[in-house]
Structure formats: C-alpha cells, structure tokens
Design a protein around this ligand. Structure first.
Ligand SMILES: Nc1nc2c(ncn2[C@@H]2O[C@H](COP(=O)(O)OP(=O)(O)OP(=O)(O)O)[C@@H](O)[C@H]2O)c(=O)[nH]1
Ligand SMILES: [Mg+2]
Length: 260
C-alpha cells in the first residue's frame, strides 16, 4: 500500500475561515485550471477517484481537503486562469489563494502542476512569486508528459529547471504523467517527506527453518528464495530502505471523466 493511499475526503471549503485548525502538516496542489491537479493527486495517492477530475476546466471550485490517518492533509486547490469564470468569483479565488499560500502556517510545501506542453505561464509565475517568499519548498510537476516525445520532454525539463532557479533553491521540478504514471513515486517521496509520512518498518525476518519459511497465506516469507521479489527493499532518495508497493495497473485505466 502506498504511503498516502489512506487519504480520505475530509471537507470542501469556500473560505479560509472554514479550514480545519492548522495542527498537522499540509501540502497543497495548485495550478492552472485543467492542468491536471486532481489527476496528479489521484495518481500520487494511488487511488483513481479520490479527487474529481474532469475534461471541463474549472471543475474544482473549492478548496478540497483529503485527510491522512495521521491528521495531515492533501489539499486540491481551485485552478486559476480559466477565462470563463465570472470576474467576482475570479477575484474571490485570487485573494483566497494568495492568503492561503502566504498565511497558512502548517502548509509544508506547494506542488505546482503545470502542463508540460506550456509550463511557467504568467499565472504560474505569479503563484511562485506568492509562495517562494514563505521560504517553504515548491515541487513542480510537468504533467501530461505522455503528450511529449522523449527528447522534447527532456528539453522541457531542462528549460524549466533553469527558469525555476529564479525562485530559489527550494524549487524543484520533475516530469509527470497521471496517465502513463511517470514520476509518481518521485512525487510521492517528496510529498510524503513534507507530510512526515515515513515508510513502514520492514517486516521482521523470521527465524524459522528454511523449509518452513512461509509468509502469510502460504506465500514465501521475505528472505525465502523467490519470496521477496515483490517486496524487495528499494533505496529512497533519503537513503532509507523501503518496500516497493505499487500495485500494477491495467493499461486502459482511465480517470473519472465527470463529477457525478
Ligand atoms: N494525457 C494526459 N491527460 C491528463 C493527465 N492528467 C490529467 N489529464 C486530463 O486533463 C483533464 C483535466 O484533468 P484534471 O485532473 O481534472 O485537472 P485539474 O487541474 O484538476 O482541473 P480543474 O479542477 O478544473 O482546475 C482531464 O481530462 C484529465 O483526464 C496526464 O498526465 N496525461
Ligand atoms: Mg481539479
């Protein structure tokens, strides 16, 4: 099971006054309308339909909060830059987002989702301008990378990395695809670190004789010949060993298309 897989819908709010008390770490997903924020959040928690996704831009129009068992929150912010939003609503969200990003004391980091085909739009730059002065980290996902060829993707990443230096050292970037599942574990590592959700301790080695080393339900236990293939410990960027735990996905997996 992924480290963030137990996230559950907690609440959807329109105003900052409705937010829960800031007593546990929080990570927010921001980005242009239709950039793929909700899809990225779903891919990272390893659940297809936790956050609503839609082909219709401007679908997420509230601050939607997902809570982890330890009390931390993942926050799906309303997208910006959708031209058809009425002026009064646009203003409301602009001031709400700016205040949230600057003042939420438990906001540990910002995940900025940008379409890899046109990253760092003027509105993305403004988000970076709002958040970077807080001194907290920003991790950018260049999503829909499946729409780019390999070389184009590599060039886009290098260009974005260079441009993002303008917002300081705490700004990182990676390629991502919710459809192709590119970069999902890398993003999960960053977010789980910010939320202080740590890998589960490895299962203890059994001291039974080799002939009787069977895991639960008759599977070979970790350490038994062939038994640890799916749970082989992997080094995370922080150097900690952790078990590989992503379940395989069917090739045709699709995201939910519309809100019910
Ligand atoms: N090809 C491709 N399509 C994607 C990817 N991520 C999202 N999409 C599609 O992009 C559209 C918008 O995705 P959402 O995740 O709803 O985007 P959002 O940023 O949450 O949108 P709003 O909530 O409206 O601001 C949907 O049709 C998704 O299926 C991706 O990695 N690759
Ligand atoms: Mg959304």
């Amino acid at each position: 099971m992924g480290r963030l897989e137990q996230a559950a819908f907690a609440r959807a709010v329109h105003a900052l006054s409705e937010l829960p008390p800031p007593d546990a770490p929080e990570v927010a997903f921001a980005g242009r309308s239709n950039a793929g924020k909700s899809s990225a959040l779903n891919a990272i928690v390893g659940r297809r339909r936790l956050a609503f996704t839609s082909r219709t831009p401007g679908r997420t129009q509230q601050i939607v909060m997902f809570r982890l068992p330890g009390g931390q929150h993942l926050v799906d912010l309303p997208g910006y830059g959708y031209a058809k939003v009425p002026e009064s609503i646009r203003r409301h969200w602009e001031s709400t987002l700016a205040a949230y990003l600057r003042e939420r004391p438990n906001l540990e980091g910002l995940v900025l989702i940008m379409d890899a085909r046109h990253p760092l739009t003027p509105l993305d730059r403004r988000m970076l301008d709002w958040f970077a002065p807080t001194g907290r980290p920003i991790h950018c996902l260049l999503t829909k990378a499946d729409k780019l060829g390999r070389q184009e993707a590599a060039r886009t990443l290098a260009d974005a990395r260079r441009a993002l230096r303008a917002w300081g050292e705490r700004c990182s970037v990676q390629l991502f695809s919710s459809v192709g599942k590119t970069g999902v574990e890398e993003a999960e590592d960053v977010i789980a670190g910010w939320l202080r959700v740590f890998p589960r301790a490895p299962e203890p080695e059994t001291s039974e004789a080799p002939t009787r080393r069977r895991g639960p339900r008759g599977r070979p236990a970790a350490g038994a010949p062939g038994g640890d293939r799916r749970r082989r410990a992997k080094k995370s960027p922080s150097g900690e060993a952790r078990a590989s735990r992503r379940r395989p996905r069917a090739k045709g997996d699709k995201h939910e298309a519309e809100m019910p």
